[in-house]
Design a protein around this ligand. Structure first.
Ligand SMILES: [Zn+2]
Length: 483
């Protein structure tokens, strides 16, 4: 049985969904104002692993992910500008145009990291009606007050405010008052109070409401969209650790104040990715995107494997050396699967029941680790142990056809969760490529060596679109797969 660490209770708990074998999962998605970086993408990969584990355990997962295209104030503070609006003004585009541009990039990156798409992506600007309805409920229940800049939620009225942080309303306010850097909004009653509706004039992403023209607060968006899609109470809500103190605490306050009952059963939070031991920041120049990693000649699936080499609740340190090592490991696994496929095609050797049993044990251990709060490093260690043993057996000529088949089956089963496209390597003796296609593959390789990445990408696109050949750059050279 799956156990997950619940931030709300601060312990690992057995996972019991509200409705039999169905799971409602909500992921705080991107604010589409800029390029998502490899730190952002770690969170989405680890959400994907969680979702795949649930699916492997037999659950049907209704997965909702929002896209914030309005209302996310910079720094989460109450006084600053909407990140989307600032980005649109800078680029002289509409907010919708900006959102669509970065959302496409996000989706493309997700695909290259083999992240399964959610059941639905919900754009905030398309759900304003639901947000206004929720704000209306809060107003009717006396949780809101009006000041010059908007409608605010009075956090002192919500009894368990801040429970997710393990603190209390009183302590949080004291701490924030002590911190000199918090800007106090004119007219606000408590430092922890936040806007559910901001007053604003203009045309781009501004709506009428009975309280005045304006746009929704970022927190109300997630409350309204998650409950709208999954019901007033649902199973799992995920996000980065940076969302615990403000965004998710506010989501809980609004949702539970409006419904009068529990909002989410399990809160799952992901730790940060750091680069060379430092927080990613533009000033240090260590912010990388998936595209940049690919342009440097790396396989995005190696990045996916690298993410999984750490536990999601622990900080992970990205270095190019570590990525390179992971890439070697991944190349080794692919070669191993190919080798198993070759053994599968021979007819020699007799079965050793003990080894078949060993494969079964490795499979069990792998999924047991994942069921223990998605312990990916431990699960991967079980897989590597199996790979080593099977490799040794194959090298000494002992591995039988049936054993090799059992190993491949186990590897493909692991890959349902890992998402590393093992199946592409499980067929032996590939026919050589047709001559003109091979020429293109060689030309791309030459362009890449000459660091003409633009040309290399163009050829790669031609291969994919015209010939349905995808390329993968491995330490052992370029490999290809036919779609
Ligand atoms: Zn959210």
């Amino acid at each position: 049985m799956l156990r997950i660490y619940n931030t709300l209770t601060r312990k690992k708990q057995a996972f019991r969904p509200l409705h039999d074998d169905k799971v409602g999962l909500y992921t705080c998605g991107i604010t589409a104002y800029y390029y998502p970086h490899i730190g952002n993408m770690r969170k989405y990969v680890m959400d994907d692993v969680l979702k795949r584990v649930l699916m492997h355990d037999g659950y049907t997962v209704e997965h909702i992910e929002n896209v914030t295209d309005v209302g996310h104030l910079a720094g989460d503070a109450n006084t600053t500008d909407d990140k989307m609006r600032v980005s649109a003004e800078k680029q002289q585009k509409t907010m919708k145009q900006v959102a669509e541009f970065y959302f496409d990039i996000f989706r493309n990156d997700s695909e290259r990291l083999d992240i399964l798409p959610p059941t639905k992506f919900l754009f905030a600007s398309e759900h304003i009606g639901e947000m206004l309805e929720l704000i209306g409920k809060l107003d009717a229940r006396g949780y809101l007050y009006k000041i010059g800049s908007g409608m605010y939620f009075d956090t002192s009225k919500f009894r368990s405010y801040g429970e997710l942080t393990g603190s209390t309303f009183k302590r949080l306010n004291e701490q924030l008052r002590a911190g000199a850097r918090v800007e106090r909004v004119e007219g606000i009653k408590n430092i922890t109070d936040f806007a559910v509706w901001r007053f604003a004039e203009g045309k781009d992403m501004i709506w009428d409401s009975k309280w005045g023209r304006g746009f929704p607060g970022w927190h109300i968006e997630c409350s309204a969209m998650s409950m709208g899609a999954l019901g007033e109470q649902f199973d799992i809500h995920t996000g980065g650790v940076d969302h615990v103190a403000i965004h998710h605490s506010n989501e809980i306050a609004q949702s539970e104040a409006a419904t009068g009952h529990k909002f989410v059963d399990y809160w799952v939070h992901h730790e940060f990715l750091v680069v060379n031991g430092q927080k990613m920041s533009k000033s240090i120049g260590n912010v990388y995107t998936v595209q940049q990693i690919i342009d440097m000649g790396h396989n995005p699936l190696a990045l996916r494997l690298f993410y999984m080499s750490g536990h999601y609740r622990q900080m992970l340190n990205f270095t190019f050396e570590a990525l390179k090592n992971t890439e070697n490991t991944l190349g080794g696994i692919y070669a191993f699967i190919g080798r198993m496929a070759e053994v599968k095609n021979t007819k020699k050797n007799v079965d050793a029941p003990e080894f078949r049993k060993r494969v079964g044990e490795a499979r069990k251990a792998f999924f047991k680790s994942l069921d223990d709060d998605i312990n990916t490093p431990e699960a991967l260690a079980h897989m590597h142990a199996l790979v080593n043993e099977a490799n040794q057996r194959a090298a000494s000529g002992k591995l039988s056809r049936a054993e090799a088949m059992a190993v491949i089956k186990a590897m493909l089963d692991f890959d349902e969760v890992l998402g590393l496209r093992f199946a592409d390597h499980a067929t032996a003796n590939k026919a050589p490529l047709e001559e003109d296609i091979q020429k293109l593959v060689d030309a791309r390789e030459a362009a890449r060596k000459a660091k003409d990445f633009k040309k290399a990408d163009e050829i790669r696109d031609v291969l994919r679109q015209k010939h349905h050949i995808t390329l993968e750059d491995t330490p052992g050279g370029v490999k290809w797969h036919k779609a």
